[in-house]
Design a protein around this ligand. Structure first.
Ligand code: GLP
Length: 243
């Protein structure tokens, strides 16, 4: 079941997504959440930090797993998703550092790293909730469109458009964006008991319409969400304009 909700502005959409997350956290303080990066979730993280600062959110029992990470960047490197998460969330709320997981893109043995990540998610009891953004090409995490998709956490080659979309993290130089990454698989994502997809801005309107109402296809990885039993889509008016 997919519930589609639309708000006047990106800020309000972020507020709605934050309320959903905070409600789930209240119901289940030891919740396991999958987390995205990108510009879309920044206002959501800001709202979660505000809730924590006001004393209405407690992350001390929660566990998080980020969706993806660039390959080959040292831990703490500029541009890494680990650094993004430290900046926007991990250092701002009382999440336990040992329970805030991000794939290690600097691991010597990436095969071991992806297997370890899957095992950690399983050991945590699976994802209760996964929060997703969407790439303009329909990717989820770094699951790029193609003839096939990988089910589980794996190594991916990024498309040029995806490297360009991430250039902001690298001082606008898209050639500095790593060519490869590690990402949860589409099966890892769809195994979450609940999904929240956030999309804002007119640049996402076309892909949002294709993902929500087009055919289910690996050419639009986000279209696979149509098969998930519990999805809430949170849009601003611009992202919803082609629905
Ligand atoms: C990156 C991330 C995705 C994210 C996408 C959209 O490529 N790997 O998880 O959804 O960017 O980013 P933005 O929110 O900046 O449009």
């Amino acid at each position: 079941m997919m519930q589609i909700t639309t708000y006047a502005t990106a800020e309000r959409a972020a507020g709605a997504a934050a309320r959903l997350v905070l409600n789930r956290l209240t119901d289940r303080p030891d919740i396991v959440i999958g987390l995205p990066t990108g510009s879309t979730p920044v206002p959501l993280y800001r709202a979660l930090v505000r809730a924590y600062t006001r004393g209405v959110a407690d992350f001390s029992q929660a566990t998080t797993f980020n969706l993806d990470e660039f390959l080959g960047l040292a831990r703490g490197a500029v541009g890494s998703y680990r650094t993004f998460m430290e900046t926007h969330l991990f250092t701002q709320v009382n999440l336990h550092p040992r329970r805030a997981h991000v794939l290690d893109g600097a691991a010597h043995d990436w095969k071991r790293e992806v297997a370890r990540y899957e095992a950690q998610i399983a050991q945590a009891g699976g994802l209760d909730l996964v929060i997703l953004g969407i790439g303009r090409n329909g990717h989820l995490g770094f699951n790029e469109p193609g003839p096939t998709l990988a089910a589980r956490t794996h190594r991916v080659v990024l498309k040029p458009e995806t490297r360009r979309a991430n250039a902001g993290l690298f001082g606008g130089r898209w050639r500095d964006v790593p060519r490869e990454a590690l990402s949860m698989g589409i099966g890892t994502i769809l195994s979450a008991r609940e999904v929240v997809l956030i999309a804002t801005g007119g640049a996402k309107s076309r892909i949002v319409a294709r993902a929500l109402h087009g055919p289910v296809t690996t050419r639009v990885p986000a279209s696979l969400l149509q098969m998930h039993p519990h999805v809430t889509v949170v849009l601003d008016r611009d992202a919803a304009s082609q629905l």
